[in-house]
Design a protein around this ligand. Sequence first.
Ligand code: AVI
Length: 723
Amino acid sequence: MTPSDDAPALAVFAPNSLPAQASPDLALQARYQSLRAASLALAAPLSPEDQQVQSMPDASPVKWHLAHVTWFFETFLLKPWLPDYEVFDPNYVYLFNSYYEAVGARHPRPARGLLTRPSLAGVLAYRAHVDAGMCRLLGAPLGRGVRDLVTLGLAHEEQHQELILTDILNLFAASPLKPAYDAGRRQPSAGGTGGFVDLPGGIVRVGAGDQDFAFDNETPLHEVLLRPYRLADRLVTNREWQAFMEDGGYRRHEFWLSDAWARVQAEGWEAPLYWERHDDGWWAMTLAGLAPVEADAPVTHVSFFEAAAFAAWVGKRLPTEAEWEHAAAARPGAFAQMFGEVWQWTASAYTPHPGFAPASGAVGEYNAKFMVGQMVLKGAARATPAGHSRPSYRNFFYPHQRWMFAGLRLASDAPAAEGSEAFQFDVLTGLAAARRRLPAKWFYDAAGSALFERICAEPEYYPTRQETALLASIAPELAACIPAGATLVELGSGASVKTRLLLDAAPQLAAYAPVDISETAVAAAAAAIARDYPALRVSPVVADFTRTWGAVGRTDGLVGFFPGSTIGNFTPDDAVELMRGVHERLGPGGLFIVGIDLAKDEATLTAAYNDAAGVTAAFNLNILARINRELGGDFDLTGFAHRAVWNRMEGRVEMHLESLRPQTVTVARSHFSFVRGETIHTESSYKHTLEGFEALAQRAGWRVARSWTSAAPAVAVVLLTPA
Ligand code: AVI
């Protein structure tokens, strides 16, 4: 939906480059028919006069919209691809071309309302003629490229369906009679709590990759670095907007950008478009007619200029496009009103994504040439056809425009890094303890996670290799135990080779829910799985799985998956606690697949945590670097050495950092003195026996239904069912 009133464009295609299907695409045929009928249904409440008039240059008559979308199918599908197609009227190329220079000259946009010929009946006959042609085209097997063009034509018509409502509201608002388009039409409504959701940022992926359909302007998928940020869980309301107005918002230049302030004065803005002051308060023109402004509904029909001024007034800012998109994709459940209420202005200019290439041919004009001077809006409005939009969708308008259904959602920079308070608490209490310790979970910042990946590839570190091989060989047996329609709930962000082994072996799984405290990790995992398993419902959950996690969808048929012998990093009591919690959340029908490392000879165990390349040492020392970086510590990394020892009594490999000399370290204004040889205990890796683990599982209400053991060095996978 561009202000130039044609819609943005599609993925790159080459219509005849791919082989035809064996038979007609019946689903596409049905979609074509119902979508074309929906356009007529939208026009049905309108008289021929209503459909004729153009209220302003930006808006088009309904009659023109109905004809233009039809011209699109005739020009880009029927003329090139239906061999004996007869053009309905050669003059229509001039009348109904919107902006395609490659197709030729056209009638000026501001004068579309002057096209009294063809009549509305003539336009409807044109539609019927093109529909008959499309019916013939879609009745034959088609190449992928032609089907993509039809899909583009349909997405294009959906955009004009919204424009029909947008433009008719503008026309009716100009009428002294203030007619209702549909007196019973529901208006955007309240939602959310008014709070802000914290997002940790990091390097995230946005844009459209390989999916069924996306406009070319959404592509390609690309990385963006986001600083930690906060995004409001709902849209700005009319009540808040009135407070802005009452505080002199439209009269105080300090909130406005220079161009914006000029526009406020030139056009005398003092409220959103369509608002009218009555004796009993503010009223606004809507598709349901003139109605009192509803205080808790989202403010609508504001320009980017106004949205930015409001954000400045309230001490916040608009989100960037990438912030909005990442939040919508990674935390869909955390926000109200993302889609289907009003479009949301972002702080981002509408420019090409890095690596963008316009679609080839005339449809390459669809989006690319508008990439200057406009701002991106995300989400979707009530008037947007259901299913039309998605997180990567890019709507765009000029910053002064406000006749479209546009509102805003606030954002701000996050005050501090993710989890920093908890990290500081654990570090200060751990270093102050008589036996100094640091919880192993803090190993996994970006550098730590990368080092752990490298550990898994070291020859001495056998658990990952052995477990992967074991899972590969038992996947069919495990899969046979998984009920149809089940959800795989992975503890940890997963999406590794092991997850895929299970997903490949158990196509009956309907959904996948990775649960992880790191928003970035869980979103990346979810995106990777969603991309490679399109039939799977993927719902990432940002939560500490040792505590609780939110709904993961259906509560029957939940299958927990906890590979990697990570349960070995819990003390036996904590492992029982964890398994008890998982039992509770997976419910009485739940299954739990756990990977464990088995006790074995000391030499193999200690070698695994003392690799010759020193990767485990670097992993261990990295926690001190993290303290220095995130908490302003002054650890000298050369003053500590990595130690890994087998504690036979406890049945665990312990990692420590040993002070090589007497020294004092300062962290967050606290001082910690070390004597030579003193250690900080950083990790325990418990090595279980099958019997010992079974006893722990029983304490947590589980029964070992089956277990499988790998070749030496041995690890095991156990399948737990409720006891
Ligand atoms: C993640 N966890 C199971 C690993 C382990 O073996 O305890 C972490 C690790 N620590 C040192 N090497 C690997």
